[in-house]
Design a protein around this ligand. Structure first.
Ligand code: SF4
Length: 353
């Protein structure tokens, strides 16, 4: 099978091949692809040999030509996948004691260009397909030697703005929650967005009670536009209105992501303005200490400033926590691993696999 062969994972579950039209064969194939996470057709031993040969000649199972694996001292593992066109994307495996989480990408690079983000510095490569998005979970599970069903939490927070790759991202999510797919609870899937109001409203109408994580990063338009170039297209009022629409449709609490940047968005008045913005919306704020990367144009707020910001929000009745990211020694910011590779800087740990 050549690299140009189509990818089985790109097919919606109902459109998977079925030997001689037998639907139970389609279900068997789906079981091998998703619940069992087979990496090639030869592993699907209870499918008829002739059909396996037919499938192997016509389709690819693994979206990736290879990967590098970077183990971090805290137990998380970063994966840098090579696609058949030579481009690279990444995922992070986080084996928490009670809930294994995988953070996956929706794009190669990202067009949003957020100033604090290593992926933004890479620019836009291309959108990932549905199969390349869900396939990251399967490839990580295979490499870790676990069944895909061990992964109970998925975060679309790696490279890319998922809502700018809307159809593929939503389609991948539908496969993740389908009992014939990965049978994940939609509540355990977090979709991270830079905050695109029209796309958030569209997502609200999909009937998917996901966890929505919105990168606000500033409560005022002037500051936000210095951090997030796409914020020139809409103001914070518009983003907040879309979050109310999201909550009305899903009854899901909104996660508000706020990366703490020294002298940019960490002043006391900005904490007060953020609390005002969130008044009346069921939300939780994650304050994210900035993980400085080689070449990043901004510095992170110090611990005392983050604590004071947090205290001010709490005093105003805002639900808030400080999120220390895992994998700091192997390239924790989204896109950081790829950025290091493309700029010749090695991660702190050597590739482990
Ligand atoms: S923070 Fe997200 S949306 Fe912004 S450039 Fe990075 S990957 Fe893209």
């Amino acid at each position: 099978m050549s690299d140009a062969a189509p990818l089985l994972l790109d097919l919606p579950l109902d459109e998977l091949p079925a030997e001689a039209g037998r639907s139970y064969r389609r279900d068997q194939l789906a079981g091998w692809l998703y619940a069992r996470g087979a990496g090639d057709v030869d592993a699907m031993t209870d499918l008829p040999r002739a059909w396996r040969a037919e499938l192997a000649g016509a389709w690819r199972v693994d979206p990736f030509d290879g990967f590098e694996r970077f183990a971090s001292r805290d137990g998380s593992v970063r994966y840098l996948f090579t696609l058949p066109d030579g481009r690279r994307t990444e995922a992070v495996y986080m084996p928490y004691a009670r809930r294994t989480t995988v953070c996956i990408s929706s794009m190669v690079g990202c067009p949003a260009g957020c100033t604090f983000c290593a992926t933004g510095a890479l620019g836009f490569g291309r959108n990932l397909t549905r199969g390349e998005i869900v396939g990251q979970l399967l490839a990580v599970a295979r490499a870790e030697g676990v069944a895909p069903t061990v992964i109970r939490n998925v975060v679309l927070m790696g490279m890319g703005e998922a809502l700018l790759n809307y159809d593929a991202a939503v389609s991948a999510i539908r496969t993740m929650i389908d009992p014939r797919g990965l049978d994940l609870s939609p509540r355990r899937i977090t979709l991270s967005t830079v905050g695109l109001p029209r796309r958030i409203e569209r997502l609200a109408g999909e009937g998917l009670p996901l966890t929505l994580a919105v990168s606000l990063h500033a409560p005022d338009d002037e500051t936000r536009r210095t951090i997030i170039p796409t914020a020139h297209a809409h103001d914070v009022d518009d983003v907040m209105a879309s979050l109310h629409t999201w909550y009305a449709a899903t009854k899901r609490r909104v996660s508000v992501e706020y990366t703490m940047l020294r002298g940019v968005n960490d002043a006391p008045w900005q904490a007060d303005a953020l609390a005002d913005r969130l008044s009346g919306l069921l939300s939780h704020v994650n304050l994210i200490p900035f993980n400085v990367w080689d070449g990043s144009p901004q510095a992170g707020s110090d611990r005392a400033t983050i604590q004071a910001f947090r205290d001010r929000l709490e005093a105003a009745g805002v639900s808030v926590s400080v999120r220390f990211s895992r994998g700091q020694d192997s390239g924790a910011a989204c896109g950081q691993l790829s950025w290091q590779q493309s700029h010749g800087a090695a991660g702190a740990d050597a590739p482990a696999g």
